[in-house]
Design a binder for this molecule. Sequence first.
Ligand SMILES: C[S@@+](CC[C@H](N)C(=O)[O-])C[C@H]1O[C@@H](n2cnc3c(N)ncnc32)[C@H](O)[C@@H]1O
Length: 202
Amino acid sequence: MDRRSHWENVYHTKSATDVSWFEAEPTTSLSLIQSIAPGGRIIDVGGGASLLVDCLIAVGTWEVTVLDVSAAALELAQTRLQERAHRVKWIQADITEVQQLGTYDIWHDRAVFHFLTSLDDRAAYLAQLRRALRPGGYVVFGTFALDGPEKCSGLPVCRYDARSLAATLGADYSLVKKLEHSHPTPGGTTQRFTFAVFRRAV
Ligand SMILES: C[S@@+](CC[C@H](N)C(=O)[O-])C[C@H]1O[C@@H](n2cnc3c(N)ncnc32)[C@H](O)[C@@H]1O
C-alpha cells in the first residue's frame, strides 16, 4: 500500500479520537509555539485531524496552514471547525513531494518526520523545509524518543533525541529548546516523545 492509501485507510476506518496519537489538548506543541512568537505564519506538517489548528486560530494572531497526505484527515478537521475552516489554508500533499508550499515563520511537525525511514525521503523533507522556512524561522519537532515505540500505525519509525535531530537538520539549525514528553494514548499506554525547537540561521 502506498503512503497516501495507508493514511486514507487509517482515517476512514478509525475514529480520530481513538488513534494512538490523539491529544484532546495539544499543550506541549502549543506552549512551545507560543514561547517562540505571539503570532505569524505557521505550517502544521502532517497535521492530520489534530486540534492544534483549533487552538491556533482561537488565538487570532496566527496565519495557519495545515498539510497532510490524507484528504480524509483534513476533512475531519474541516468538519470539526465548520465555518472557522475558512481561516485556514489546507494542503493535501505528501511533504516529500509537494510543490509551492509558501513561506513560514514556524514549521511544526508532531509525529510525521519519524515515519521517514529512508535517506531519500528525509533529504526531500529537509529540502522542503529549507525552501519553506524563512531564515531566522523556527522548527518545532515532536518525534518518538529513543525509548519510544518502534512502530506507529503499523509503520516503522526512526526514533530521535535532540542531539540526533540536530545532526539530521545540520549546521544551519541551532537547538533552542528540548524536552522529553510522555504521551498518554487513548488506549491507555504511554509513548515517549522528544520535542525540540530549532532556529534556522539568519
Ligand atoms: C501520527 S499522525 C500525527 C498527526 C498530527 N500531527 C498529530 O499530532 O495529531 C501522522 C500524520 O502524518 C500524515 N503523514 C504521514 N506521512 C506524511 C507525508 N509524507 N506527508 C504529509 N503527511 C503525512 C498522516 O496522514 C497523519 O495525519
